[in-house]
Design a protein around this ligand. Structure first.
Ligand code: IPT
Length: 976
């Protein structure tokens, strides 16, 4: 094949023409052509050009389709930016250096397709796709996250091979409206296929299945030859029930002369008695088959759909599904994979959704573009409410573009094509016009199209919230701000001014060790009419698996090179800047509730408990009250066991019988145990699991662990014994098991929230990362040693006192620290010491087993927990404070022979036991740089600052901050 210099698709320079959204592309529709198609996935010939108008000269290499070339061995590597564009050109321009991938392969068009209509479908290509067949220009498409179809009937010959060339231009006018917070890639990211239909074919199918059981299926029919043949008709089947064409619709169409020779419209209608309705808890689906017949009764075309009967509406300020005000327990999800970038498989998408179900999520916002089509099939099947978002984000040039008439066509094109593709999914309950693109006429134009085409769903757009939550204008039926302070949300809902449901499209930024105050948010949401939930930002940490030796992405062959959230030795999770980019936004790409390998972060357990379908509270004498906290179903899918945890070490269990309760109902049940007189503090836990195998969880999967405290702690009196405590010349405790004596600690390795929220800088300014200890006095009194010390920072001094008293088997340490008023918001006040090697198991009575912090501890039940020290640490991509356990009453650190140490705390405290000093974590930029110490670094905190979400959004609440002034705490250390 020769490369004509004046190829019209190149001569047009469509990469700098926002008005050109497509050429030769077929209209989007909801007919699923995947079954029966000829897949063209696999290795294609490939050449990466330096610019779209550079000559194709070879030599060819090869590239896998679907896939991004940025992760397949080329020198064009992934680049991460959030808001800013990676190049300086203003819209609609793109840089002259513009990587362009040319993909080519021969396709054997089956001989038995003779006489049929032949269509090429390219699942997704970013950002401009040019199609040639045997050197002839066929079409152009933009809109990187939706399929493009081209009619190849006239340019191919069944029985003969055709050379299909797909040219993909990386940068374009469209890049300026695809400026989402994610990696920039180039390539063909979804499957390519070829299919054939009869010339007479279904052009579109629109399903409306209502809660009432009413079903309406509207079909559009066309014939490739032009005029429709006389006598065509439709039939259908719903789970085997025959459906017939609606004669009344036909008659009205004929009378109104709505139908022509070229476009046929027909409707199937039925009402299903006692219909099993669809909702996210019980996602009942029916199989719908639509058949288009020729006059002689033979079938010309068939379309199959899995449909669900449900209603979505807004009544007042409530979003209702089937008449119920459902809580939106949402998350923002990107199509992401650490080996393949934006190409995701069925198995991966299913695993995403299964995990979300197991952790109590019921809603997904497809941030910030239409996701892979399979995602919606899975959401229908597993049960999720989906906010389907169009591929429009003009973040860096938001204002210029939203009102730029050159981009108007693109706005309407992208929104309408999404709606046309996804309108038959019961899971899709809300359309979104896109993200972070200011608000302009382009949005209103797109909104107008959607309101006409699909009046059955609400519409939302975050940018419109800027107009005001009560009146966000034409583009939004929902007030869906991002990162709004909780107090503002509550105030709005209580103001009397609220007119729309308030459902933040993004909240609780999960970057690093984060998600603080999530439980506080939900307490407010549940207590405040007008608040219904929101979408956590976000599901994924988008770390790309990278070989450390050459800095290259590992790509498709990397399965098995990571486990439990951690990359294998020699590899790491790359974030912004790791591929040599100079323009990048660092670790801001690692802000999900799961690691890049989908290992859940501890925040997921917090969410799971907040979403608990079963709640318990102490209410009745000698009993507890159970509530069904679901919207649509009873407890029949659940099994449970009672557990009583006593401070003396005992854990008692008893079978639990969950009462039959409708949603929202409560029932009192007697206490399953007679509380033993002795045993100290006592906690009653209901361990709730799935009772049967479900599509998203095998029987026995833990669902939630609600808990109530039945008895508080008994005061412990530790008698002093006549012995001496040994301290060195600096007043530091000498102890056979400790390699570093207990000293005061005010520093934690800054979390991403601490860094980006500005707290860490203040702490550094105060000198808290390098306090200098100076002993002031060491007094040996009767039975104890009192050590006074000063810890000097850059701008203030903290006075610290330790009173060390020998007790039976060990030493009691009573401590006091006085922070100057200027240190009004520190990370922690507490003790740090280090142990000898070999004490590798932590047993504790307190909250757990997973990591928890003062403002993220609702999901960690109190009980007796046990974990190897190495498993306590959470390997956040950028090392930071990690591994804490909240509400610890006492713990032991032991060796395999059960020797070691035991610590009893004066009251429940924040404790962490890791292999790393705070300074080790502070110094490292990636997890693989950390060198574990052989002993343990133990922190016992009198006070520990909450985590908050200040990396993007509100900080923790004042009640979770560490006040200046006097702090007191004590603990007893014994040898086991
Ligand atoms: C906002 C974006 O919508 C989202 O894509 C992501 O960037 C998130 O927040 C932060 O991780 S952008 C932000 C500047 C408000």
């Amino acid at each position: 094949m020769t490369d004509a210099p004046l190829d019209p698709l190149i001569a047009l320079r469509p990469w700098e023409a926002p008005e050109v959204t497509s050429w030769g592309r077929l209209p989007m529709n909801a007919v699923d052509r995947r079954p029966g198609a000829l897949p063209l996935d696999g290795d294609w010939r490939f050449e990466l050009l330096s610019a779209p108008d550079a000559p194709v000269g070879g030599p060819w290499s090869s590239a896998h389709v679907p896939g991004v070339w940025t992760m397949q061995g080329t020198d064009d590597l992934p680049q991460y930016t959030n808001v800013r564009m990676p190049f300086p050109e203003y819209p609609p321009h793109s840089p002259a250096a513009n990587p362009t991938g040319v993909y080519e392969r021969e396709v054997d068009v089956p001989a038995d397709w003779a006489g049929r209509r032949i269509v090429l479908q390219v699942g997704a290509a970013e950002s401009v796709l040019l199609v040639h067949v045997d050197g002839r220009p066929v079409g152009i498409s933009k809109d990187s996250h939706l399929a493009a179809e081209f009619d190849l009937t006239g340019v191919t010959r069944p029985g003969s091979p055709a050379t299909v060339r797909l040219t993909v231009v990386k940068w374009s006018d469209a890049s300026h409206i695809e400026d989402q917070d994610q990696w920039w890639h180039g390539g063909i990211t979804r499957s390519v296929l070829l299919y054939a239909t009869d010339p007479l074919h279904l052009a579109d199918v629109t399903v409306r299945a209502r809660y009432s059981g009413d079903l309406q299926v509207d079909c559009r029919v066309r014939d490739a030859g032009g005029a429709l043949p006389a006598g065509w008709y439709l039939t259908g089947e719903l789970d085997g029930r025959p459906l017939a064409q609606d004669a009344e619709f036909d008659r009205a169409n004929a009378e109104d002369e709505r139908v022509s020779d070229f476009l046929g419209e027909a409707r199937l209608l039925t009402t299903v008695p006692e219909v099993r309705t669809w909702n996210a808890e019980t996602p009942e689906l029916y199989d719908l088959t639509v058949r288009l017949h020729r006059a002689d009764g033979t079938v010309a075309d068939t379309s199959r759909h899995r449909i669900g009967f449900r209603d979505v509406e807004i009544v007042g300020r409530d979003l209702l599904v089937n008449g119920e005000r459902v809580f939106i327990r949402g998350v923002n999800r990107h199509d992401f994979h650490p080996l393949t970038g934006r190409t995701v498989s069925y198995d991966d998408m299913r695993a995403d959704l299964v995990l979300l179900k197991r952790f109590g999520f019921n809603a997904i916002r497809t941030a910030h573009y239409p996701n892979d089509p399979t995602l919606y099939d899975l959401a229908d099947e597993l049960g999720f409410y989906v906010v389907d978002e169009a591929d429009i984000e003009s973040h860096d040039h938001a204002h210029e573009i939203a009102d730029d008439p050159r981009y108007l066509n693109a706005f309407v094109d992208r929104v309408s094509r999404m709606v046309l593709r996804d309108k038959n999914h019961p899971s899709v309950v809300i359309w979104s016009l896109g993200n972070e693109s200011d608000y302009g006429a382009g949005h209103d134009a797109a909104a107008g199209w959607v309101r006409r085409h699909d009046p059955t769903r609400p519409l939302q757009y975050e940018g419109a919230a800027k107009l005001g939550w009560a009146d966000p204008g034409l583009a939004s039926d929902i007030a869906c701000p991002m990162y709004a302070p909780l107090e503002d949300c509550v105030a709005h809902a209580l103001s009397g001014e609220q007119t729309k449901p308030l459902i933040p499209c993004e909240y609780s930024h999960a970057m690093g060790n984060s998600s603080g105050t999530l439980a506080d948010h939900w307490a407010a949401i549940e207590a405040t009419p007008g608040l219904q939930g929101g979408f956590i930002w976000e599901f994924w940490d988008h770390g790309i698996l990278q070989r450390v030796s050459d800095g290259r992405p590992v790509g498709r062959g990397g399965a098995g090179l990571y486990d439990n959230g951690v990359a294998a030795p020699g590899y790491r999770w790359a974030y912004g800047g790791d591929f040599g980019e100079t323009i990048h936004d660092g670790a801001f790409i690692a802000d999900g509730v799961v690691f890049p390998d989908r290992t859940p972060k501890p925040a997921m357990y917090e969410h799971r408990e907040i979403a608990a379908p079963v709640r318990i509270e102490c209410f009745r004498h000698e009993g507890v009250v159970l509530t069904n906290h679901q919207h649509f179903r009873g407890f029949d899918w659940l099994a449970a066991v009672w557990e009583l945890s006593l401070a003396d070490g005992r854990t008692l269990t008893a079978p639990a019988e969950l009462p039959e309760l409708c949603p929202g109902e409560t029932a009192a049940v007697p206490l399953p145990f007679v509380l033993p007189e002795d045993g100290g503090e006592a906690w009653l836990t209901l361990r709730v699991t799935t009772a049967t195998d479900l599509p998203w969880a095998p029987r026995g999967t833990e669902v939630c662990v609600p808990q109530v405290r039945l008895r508080g702690p008994a005061a412990v009196d530790v008698a002093a014994v006549a012995r001496q405590v040994e301290v060195d010349g600096e007043g530091l405790l000498v102890h056979p098991l400790l390699t570093v004596a207990p000293t005061l600690s005010l520093w934690r390795a800054p979390t991403d929230n601490d860094e980006l929220g500005g707290m860490a800088q203040r702490w550094r300014n105060w000198g808290l990362d390098a306090l200098v200890r100076k002993v002031v006095s060491v007094r040996q009194d009767a039975g104890h040693v009192t050590v006074e010390a000063e810890y000097a920072g850059a701008t203030g001094v903290v006075r610290h006192r330790q009173v060390l008293t020998p007790v039976e088997g060990g030493v009691r340490v009573e401590e006091e620290a006085e922070l100057p008023e200027a240190f009004d918001d520190v990370a922690r006040v507490g003790t740090v010491f280090e142990t000898m090697a070999g004490l590798d198991l932590l047993d504790w009575f307190g909250q757990g087993p997973w990591e928890s912090y003062p403002d993220r501890s609702a999901g960690a039940p109190v009980g007796h927990h046990s974990l190897p020290v190495d498993d306590l640490f959470t390997p956040y991509l950028r090392p930071q404070e990690s591994g804490g356990r909240h509400g610890v009453r006492r713990f032991t650190l032991s060796a395999t022979d059960a020797t070691g140490l035991a610590v009893v705390l004066d009251e429940p405290r924040q404790v962490s036991v890791t292999r790393y000093r705070a300074e080790d974590l502070t110094a490292a930029t990636h997890h693989d740089e950390l060198v574990p110490r052989t002993g343990c670094v133990v922190h016992i905190d009198a006070a520990h600052r909450g985590l908050g979400t200040a990396s993007c959004g509100p900080d923790t609440f004042p009640s979770y901050r560490v006040a200046p002034g006097l702090h007191r705490w004590s603990w007893t250390l014994r040898v086991l």
